[in-house]
Write a protein that binds this ligand. Structure first.
Ligand code: ZN
Length: 237
């Protein structure tokens, strides 16, 4: 028996079915436009990919990374995660990009108004004001643990209590440092000068990637032989 034989007859249509059908219809319309515009590229890349760079950004629907930077099909090897908080599978994905696809540039993008980082910042405010003790930070759901991790990433800098932008940058810096320390593939590529890791900031109020000033690009590098990581300003021009 093939799988399709086991499908049951559709039951009575629900409101959720109607919503879902509308949504998929919209998706298919969008896909038709996409196929049309990218026909040649899609055909050329059907069997091989050679991305120019890797990008890591937030899952926020207002920060659609590839659109933000005008990346074509096949240009960006992209990872998107709420608050740029990496887990084992996203680190594995980046290792694939660096180790197998030979990406030489990995660019993290934080974004203004990041809700996930704001939740970590709210936790920081509660702890600093004495409303809760660190041991009382919730850890029940995966989302709780994600927020707690952001709290841990940003708590060392008092500036992060009031500046969400700064907290966004510090949070991603901490994730990049963890990536470099936990991945031999990424760490070696960085040490050997085969990989550049940058952190930039997307301003979702204006649509601009910020290229100068306090929120301009920074570059990750090894500070010393014990493997600690530091960030230095990266001048675009
Ligand atoms: Zn976000």
């Amino acid at each position: 028996m093939v799988a399709s034989d086991m499908l049951q007859e559709p039951g009575p249509e629900t409101g959720a079915d109607v919503r879902a059908r509308r949504c998929v219809t919209d998706m298919l319309e969008g896909n038709a436009v996409f196929k049309n515009i990218n026909e040649t590229l899609i055909a050329a890349l059907a069997t091989v990919q050679r991305p120019k760079f890797g990008t890591v950004g937030c899952a926020d629907s207002r920060a659609p990374l590839e659109k933000v930077i005008g990346a074509d099909v096949g240009e960006s090897f992209t990872v998107r995660l709420s608050g740029n908080v990496l887990d084992a599978s996203s680190i594995g994905t980046i290792e694939y990009g660096v180790g197998h696809l030979h990406i030489q540039m990995l660019v993290f993008f934080g974004h203004t108004g990041c809700g996930e980082v704001a939740a970590g910042q709210a936790t920081l405010k509660k702890v600093v004001s004495g409303k809760i003790d660190e041991s009382e930070i919730p850890e029940r759901t995966a989302l709780d643990r994600l927020v707690r991790r952001i709290y841990t990433n940003i708590k060392g800098n008092p500036k992060n209590i009031d500046s969400l932008d700064n907290a966004v940058m510090d949070n991603s810096k901490a994730e990049i440092a963890k990536l470099i320390k936990s991945s031999d593939i990424v760490g070696k590529a960085l040490r050997d000068g085969k990989l550049t890791i940058l952190l930039g900031m997307y301003d979702m109020r204006t649509g601009a990637v910020i290229d100068k000033g306090e929120l301009g690009f920074v570059s990750a590098r090894y500070k010393d032989k014990d493997g600690s990581v530091e960030f230095t300003g990266f001048a675009v021009s």
